[in-house]
Design a protein around this ligand. Structure first.
Ligand code: PEP
Ligand code: MN
Length: 346
């Protein structure tokens, strides 16, 4: 159920509505919008009726939410969610570019690539320290050491860090350093991990599972919001299909579909979506064209020597070319690229 109240409702009226919800063993979620103040209700709301709220002060409308996902849906919040990072934001008309290697491999490697990306004006550096690998014999990441290097690189370059959490045990360590905590494709339906990231303050980047439908992705996001963390960024990263000419099939259809059903920002990771470096740039362009709020691109100082995902990583030079192309497209779709410094060469 959704209660729509006047935007400038007195605090006392809002609190009365919330108290009634809590008294019925449900949870109120206050969601400010541009036209109305919405109070979403989650929990066993069967006991509550529309009439319970209709006569209350400042209450305009009470609606039943028809979708299984409540807090992530547009019914609950018609306005786009924009996540604030101080000197930049994700969502709305900003086109965000997150870039970096698949993994932190050494102090030198992460400082090298961060320096190059910083020069290009990139504000978000991605790199995994805890890597979910298909084989237990593959490089598993530098773990705590990797997080330490990310903390150092953040201090040195002032970049925002995006890094993956694989389990609840390492979440406290990761969330100290990460500006965005990434939940990977393989953990998209690890519901207890989703509940844990729902309790932290950091924004969460939730990647689509390998065989997850849009509704599955939105329900997973709902787990995070239901715990009180409303700063979730969705990420399309390719799904398994019968097609094998690329590593995955990048399902760009989901971008306009998510935009219709949810207020959350959605970015696209064409690196994992295609798995082959020379297809990353055209699919990044397609992602921008269809309305994505941003891109996540794997870039490595020496892709041939990468310890993970080298075949899909761009060199710095090729990444520069990608940026030049994306920048031209951004204005066509009424988005602004947000660089720390404009140093892209065309
Ligand atoms: C990654 O971003 O490096 C990664 C492991 O992604 P995914 O979870 O999409 O496979
Ligand atoms: Mn990777």
């Amino acid at each position: 159920m959704l209660i729509l109240m006047e935007l400038k409702s007195p605090r006392a009226d809002i609190e009365k509505v919330k108290e009634k919800i809590i008294a019925n063993e449900c949870t109120p979620h206050e969601i400010p919008g541009s036209r109305k103040l919405a109070i979403g209700i989650t929990g066993p709301s069967g006991k509550l009726t529309i009439e319970d709220f209709l006569g209350m002060n400042s209450v305009d409308e009470v609606l039943r939410v028809s979708k299984p996902y409540k807090l992530v849906g547009r019914e609950m919040k018609p306005d786009d969610t924009i996540i604030d990072f101080g000197d930049t934001s994700i969502g709305g008309d900003v086109l965000t570019v997150i870039a970096g290697p698949c993994s932190v491999e050494s102090r030198d490697q992460i400082f090298d690539i961060a320096g190059s990306l910083k020069e290009l004006g990139i504000k978000f550096l991605r790199a995994g320290a805890y890597k979910p690998r298909t084989s237990p014999y593959s490089f598993q990441g530098l773990k705590e050491k990797g997080i330490e290097y990310l903390a150092d690189v953040k201090k040195e370059f002032g970049m925002k860090i995006v890094t993956e959490v694989k389990d609840a045990q390492t979440l406290p360590l990761i969330s100290k350093v990460a500006d965005i905590v990434q939940v990977g494709a393989r953990n998209m339906q690890n519901f207890s991990l989703l509940e844990e990231v729902g309790k932290i303050e950091n924004p969460v980047l939730l990647k689509r599972g390998l065989a997850a439908k849009m509704d599955d992705l939105l329900m997973s996001a709902e787990y995070i919001l239901s715990q009180g963390n409303y700063n979730v960024i969705l990420c399309e990263r390719g799904i398994r299909t019968f097609e094998t000419h690329t590593r995955n099939t990048l399902d760009l259809n989901i971008v306009p579909a998510v935009k219709k059903h949810s207020h959350l920002p959605i970015i696209v990771d064409p690196s994992h979506g295609v798995g082959i470096w020379d297809k990353v740039t055209p699919m990044a362009m397609a992602a921008v064209a269809c309305g994505a709020n941003g891109l996540m691109i794997e870039v490595h100082p020496h892709p041939a020597e990468a310890l993970s995902d080298g075949f899909q990583s761009l060199t710095v030079n090729n990444f520069k070319i990608l940026l030049g192309k994306i920048e031209k497209l951004a204005s066509v779709v009424n988005k602004k690229m947000d660089y720390a410094a404009l140093q892209v060469t065309h």
